[in-house]
Design a protein. Structure first.
Lengths: 482, 285
């Protein structure tokens, strides 16, 4: 490295923008939209970091990555060391570098951002993770501590489960992950599309966990093939972590929702992402999407549906949201990408009835125009119908992207598990232990639908709680595995 | 991964698979089903469980070859591996009702078998009415005979039992012997609808088991939803059994045709590729 830059010089370096596929090209393919920084760009971006003595970014990170330390190594060009620092706190950096809402976390509190644009921490994280894969060969994994002999079952292989599994494996516990689907990753695989998170990356990261000694069991629906209690009594686990996510699709409860052509976002995305329906008939699962598609909702899941519909060749793709762009729960980056891809956003629009023909196929939707009234409990202004202002739109497909609830399959089959009134599991926030001793939970099944990184953060806290519980309360493993 | 340990053709376009999958065999209860995936390009298909043996660690699947995936399964060999998820769905409510009439049509006879057996085991008098287009399509007759106290058969062509439909036989049975305490009907949607329409005015408690389009089978996608008593229910977790008198069969039958064009195209493409090997399957309307 050349001359040491001054603070001012660092801050005046331009934030490196992410190279992306051209919108008109990318709507014709499922390849990743964001292409990643080049090494040169990454080093320049790293140079923008002031290496604060009391870094606020670390507090902004749900898993507490030592951000200034890894960026320092990047400034030196030592990507390997940088990645090793990240992996001490986060075993899934290629995923988080892509899907974390950094603008609300580490980057939101970055000091550089006070006057200039914040350091692009997420892009740097993604860069070093991708760099390692591009190098080929063995990936660095944190060391595994000596075997403890304790067996821990993880229910669900989404972000919460994977983070918990990684952390516990590093601490020397014997970890088995039970996944209901035939592939690992949970929402990372069935929900988030290929163009935002290539599935190869999820497979690689899970492969890394297996190298760390984590055992993966697919097609195991806990609550059916074995109850949580049976994991203790018949399968000899010493502790169980429930990370089953927010997998229950919500519908609106308006007339016509059972017509053919109305999908939950989960169904639509699962057909495309998990089952590779975009490649029908090479893959056997059809998607059945029509030509005029509306997606209801304006969160990240809705954005994924809109952009997927566009890529599948829909002639018209409409977003119906009852509030305005400003209240949209989607990440700004996702919203902007969708706008670049010529999605027809209809703000202040709420469907009230779906029309169908004699074959029960969707033909259209009646839309109620809304206006914003007084703030509601969420602090956002409440959408209020404008009387007499309704209009019809002809459509053949409607996708409900209005949110997901906790899947009751595990919670209802587990006697004695305390739930809140929405069906989420109640936990002790410090240990993440549920009302049943030895049973822990984290991620969307506890908080309601949130983000990948919050689920991972919860997984880390739970791993700590489980580790303490095993060492201090259980003390002797049921069956010696070591 | 579960292994196909025995494959038998039990009727034209009907194959019976003995699948080694000890954990599922151990937990299976009457009324439950599995989801099967043949390979990594495959689709997840719900299949009913005809039998299970906890000691041997096996389940029995009886599959009618109606589409690409079921025909492709028919080309598999003993020793091959498939992915199996289950046991899924809520088990049948079994108790001693008194007289239980089990009505089975076509492929619906397979899931009826464990239910009939459990009903008989609980002390019910089990009268089974089995029907099919023609004699050889009335499957699992020996097994059902063992699981029932009395058997009645019907065929559309009169080649076996009484000529006509299962509903004709049910009608006669009720006329001659009065109302049974419960009816369990499993078969084509149109058959279950006809049974429901017959027992509704007579107020005979009637249960049907629905087989809708599914992906995950765990309540995640909602593709299997049906309207029951005006509420939207998920067949995979709320069912597959429902009160027959409250199911909107017309809407369900229409929803079952969601992917008809894709299914027909996939079936034809498969038949072209496997002309000499695959049985032609059965065209289901």
């Amino acid at each position: 490295m050349g001359r040491e830059l001054t603070k001012k010089e660092r801050m005046e370096l331009p934030r490196q923008s992410m190279p992306t596929q051209d919108p008109m090209d990318r709507i014709k393919n499922f390849d990743e939209v964001a292409l990643g920084l080049t090494a040169e760009m990454a080093i320049t971006e790293a140079e923008r970091c002031l290496e604060c003595k009391k870094p606020r970014c670390v507090d902004g990170c749900p898993v507490g990555i030592d951000i200034p330390a890894f960026i320092h190594e990047m400034q030196e060009g030592d990507f390997k060391k940088a990645l090793a620092i990240i992996k001490m706190a986060n075993t899934l950096p290629a995923i988080c570098g892509r899907v974390c809402p950094q603008e609300d976390q580490c980057e939101q509190v970055c000091v550089v951002g006070n006057k200039y644009k914040p350091v692009a921490i997420g892009r740097l994280e993604r860069f070093v993770a991708d760099w390692e894969v591009a190098q080929g060969g063995e990936v660095i994994m944190p060391d595994r501590q000596p075997e403890t002999g304790f067996k821990v079952a993880i229910v669900g292989s989404g972000p919460a489960g994977l983070a918990t599994a990684a952390e516990l494996a590093m601490r020397g516990h014997s970890v088995t992950v039970f996944e209901a689907l035939h592939k690992p990753g949970g929402v990372l695989v069935y929900g988030i599309p290929e163009f935002r998170l290539p599935k190869k990356i999820v497979e690689d990261e899970v492969g890394n966990l297996e190298k760390l000694g984590v055992e993966m069991r697919y097609n195991w629906v806990i609550g059916k093939i074995a109850s949580v209690q049976e994991l203790f009594t018949e399968y000899d686990f010493d502790a169980v972590f429930i990370g089953t996510g927010a997998g229950l699709p919500y519908f609106m409860g308006i007339p016509g929702e059972d017509y053919i052509g109305v999908y939950s976002a989960n169904e639509f995305l699962t057909r495309v992402n998990l089952m590779k329906g975009f490649n029908f008939p090479a893959f056997d699962t059809p998607v059945g999407m029509g030509r005029r598609v509306a997606v209801v909702g304006s969160g990240n899941v809705a954005m994924d549906c809109l952009r997927t519909a566009k890529r599948l060749g829909a002639e018209e793709v409409i977003c119906l949201y009852r509030r305005t762009r400003a209240e949209s729960p989607a990440r700004l980056e996702e919203l902007e990408h969708a706008e670049e891809e010529a999605i027809d956003f209809r703000w202040l629009s709420s469907p009230v009835e779906i029309y169908g023909n004699e074959d029960a196929r969707v033909t259209g939707v009646r839309i109620q125009k809304m206006e914003l009234g007084e703030p509601d409990a969420s602090g956002r202004r409440r959408p209020v119908p404008i009387e007499g202002e309704q209009y019809d739109v002809e459509l053949d497909t409607i996708i409900m992207g209005i949110g997901q609830g906790p899947n009751p399959l595990v919670t209802q089959s587990t006697e004695g598990l305390e739930l809140n009134r929405w069906g989420n599991i109640v936990v002790d926030e410090e240990t993440m232990m549920t009302s049943i001793p030895g049973v822990f939970a984290g991620g969307d099944i506890v908080t309601g639908a949130a983000t990948v990184i919050l689920a991972m953060g919860a997984g880390k806290v739970a791993a700590n709680g489980i580790d303490n519980y095993l060492r201090e309360t259980v003390r002797v493993p049921k069956v010696r595995t070591a | 991964m579960p292994t196909l340990i025995e494959i038998k053709e039990i009727a034209p376009a009907f194959k019976q698979y003995l699948v080694k999958t000890p954990e599922i065999a151990r937990k299976h209860q009457a009324g439950q089903f599995v989801i099967v995936l043949l390979h990594d390009h495959g689709e997840r298909i719900p299949l009913t469980i005809a039998d299970s043996d906890a000691d041997a660690g096996t389940i029995t699947l009886v599959v009618q070859e109606v589409g690409k995936s079921t025909m492709e399964m028919g080309l598999m060999s003993e020793g091959d591996h498939i992915e199996v998820v289950g046991p899924l769905g809520t088990p049948t409510h079994i108790e001693n009702f008194g007289t239980c009439v089990c009505v089975g049509g076509g492929a619906g006879i397979a899931p009826l078998l464990p239910i009939a057996r459990a009903m008989k085991g609980a002390g019910n008098e089990v009268i089974s009415i089995l029907g099919g287009r023609t004699k050889e399509l009335v499957i699992l007759r020996d097994e059902m005979t063992e699981a029932s106290t009395e058997m009645i058969y019907t065929t559309d062509d009169g080649s076996f039992g009484a000529k006509g439909f299962v509903t004709n036989a049910l009608d006669r049975l009720i006329e001659e012997r009065g109302k049974p305490d419960i009816v369990v009907a499993i078969g084509p949607a149109i058959m279950m609808k006809a049974v429901a329409d017959m027992t509704r005015p007579l107020e005979i408690s009637t249960v049907v088991s629905l087989n809708t389009i599914m992906i995950d089978g765990t309540g995640m996608c909602g593709g299997c939803r049906v309207s029951v008593g005006g509420d939207s229910k998920f067949v995979c977790v709320d069912g597959p059994e429902f009160d027959a008198h409250t199911v909107d069969f017309d809407l369900m039958m229409k929803r079952q045709a969601t992917f008809l064009p894709e299914e027909q195209a996939a079936r034809l493409r498969f038949l072209e590729q496997h002309e000499c090997k695959a049985t032609k399957g059965t065209e289901v309307k």
